[in-house]
Design a protein around this ligand. Sequence first.
Ligand code: PEP
Ligand code: MG
Length: 585
Amino acid sequence: MIKLKGIAASGGVAIGKAYCIGREEFSIIKRKISHEEISTEIYRLEEALIETRRELTNLQKRISEELGFAHGKIFEAHLLVLEDRVLIEDIIQQIKNKKINVEYAFSQSIKKYTDTLLRLDDEYLRERVVDIEDISRRVLRKLFKQEAISLQDLKEKVIIVAHDLSPSQTASLPKDKVLGIVTDVGGRTSHTAIIARSLGIPAIVGLEVATKHIKSQDKIIVDGSEGVVLLGHIDKVLKEYQGKLSRYTKEAKIIHVPKILKTATLDNKEVTISANIELPEELPLVAEFGAEGVGLYRTEFIFLGRRDLPNEEEQYKAYVNVAKKIKPYSVIIRTIDIGGDKFLSQPQVPKEMSPFLGWRAIRFCLARPDIFKVQLRAILRASGEGNVKVMFPMISGIEELREAKKILEDCKKELKKEGQEFDETIAIGTMIEVPSAALTADVLAQESDFFSIGTNDLIQYSLAVDRANEKVAYLYEPAHPAVLRLVKSVIEDAHQHHIWVGMCGEMCGEALFASLLLGFGLDEFSMPPPRVSKIRELIKSLKFEEVKAIAEAAIKFSTSKEVEKYLQEELRRILKDDFERLVMV
Ligand code: PEP
Ligand code: MG
């Protein structure tokens, strides 16, 4: 039995067949061929090249028509590879001289080609490797007579195994067919992990070698809580994991609550527990788990995985749908947070050296008011029919907030002129997820109606740890004293300026940290829907005055390990027999 250890991204157990997508889709075996087969293999190569060329030219034509000539030109590099005589000649010579099958000869020649490019001192040419790998997959698909992979056509329930999943791929996974997700790359707050948690799909990221060891059809076990994948001779442990799986399923059923409940501590301090959503499919979960509204609606998912931009009407329909269903509770709509690990294909956002520090979120929106205004108008219109709040991501200082508010004001004026209904006093929130915003929270609080602390980013920026990089995941510590000091001071600044403060980062959905945040005085906790019931039950079992004292003591420790150990000891003392169930599972 092989055991692979990765980062536990979404709890639960999955047992089933693997379905590998992406890089390791083709198992290319070297096969000796007879002299007579040489011409057949060369003919197969030519046929595959012609078909791929036809496919690409059609694609280029379509993209040029839809998006303009410049976009279509992207495929020129691909076409050039297909016409590269040196490459084609090399493949043919290998088939003839070594008497090997075309698939193997082709993959060997491509490897030689990419290895040479990777050794060059030319950034542009090195980057062409991605194009070549893309084209190589297309040709291999033709040789293997495979269609492009469409996950929508999955016939049975599977565990998805991939090197990486883009946010748009994750967002378009057929939920009823996906038992679990396993990826080579990513960290606990990469978007694959966030969506998997929201949908309650067990997931492990950052396994590094999953796609090397796991093949499609392999029967595997995924323990999303431990971050472990088991494969090979799993029969010995199958019973144990089937038991674990049924316990999870049972527990998931028990904690579903039919109606929205208030949350207060034993000494009557009320807090709000709301849910984070990114996809309309998650809406039923918000009610099912009893969240008091939506504390973060990540709107960028409407923009991803498509070639055009959603227009005002389309966006309005999406937002109003959520607003009406959530009413009388509120939905906090966050304006698009494109960039970082969420890329648009349109308008062509250039590849950047440090995307998390680059042209992202509010920076992108302020530079593209044409796109920003369409979204703000749609949000405002939705505010006329529900309880809608708007929130800006990645604010790094007061000037950005003022600029964003100014554009919102312009949109209000336009709508008023057009006679459209909207909430004139719509609440405006600032996301506190950049250290500079956290450190100037007192300034930002004076011009915001509320704060929402985005710890997924705040942690990565204050500790200088790429949140999607498994190699540095061990440094990503929510309980790092630096993070705790920032969070505590943001909460204090907000309260001093009489505004409420929530958190929509994953940290507040983790029991150990939720109790600490409660002690700091956080007003709203917004988390993936499946976490809501457990955190509510935990908060209802605690006394505010008691956790306040614990939080004050916790912030004095010098490492996150000490903080966590202390929190565990204190919570074990308070919760006694309920500790394991409420904090550790
Ligand atoms: C955050 O950064 O904590 C957050 C909620 O936003 P996102 O994860 O979408 O960047
Ligand atoms: Mg963020």
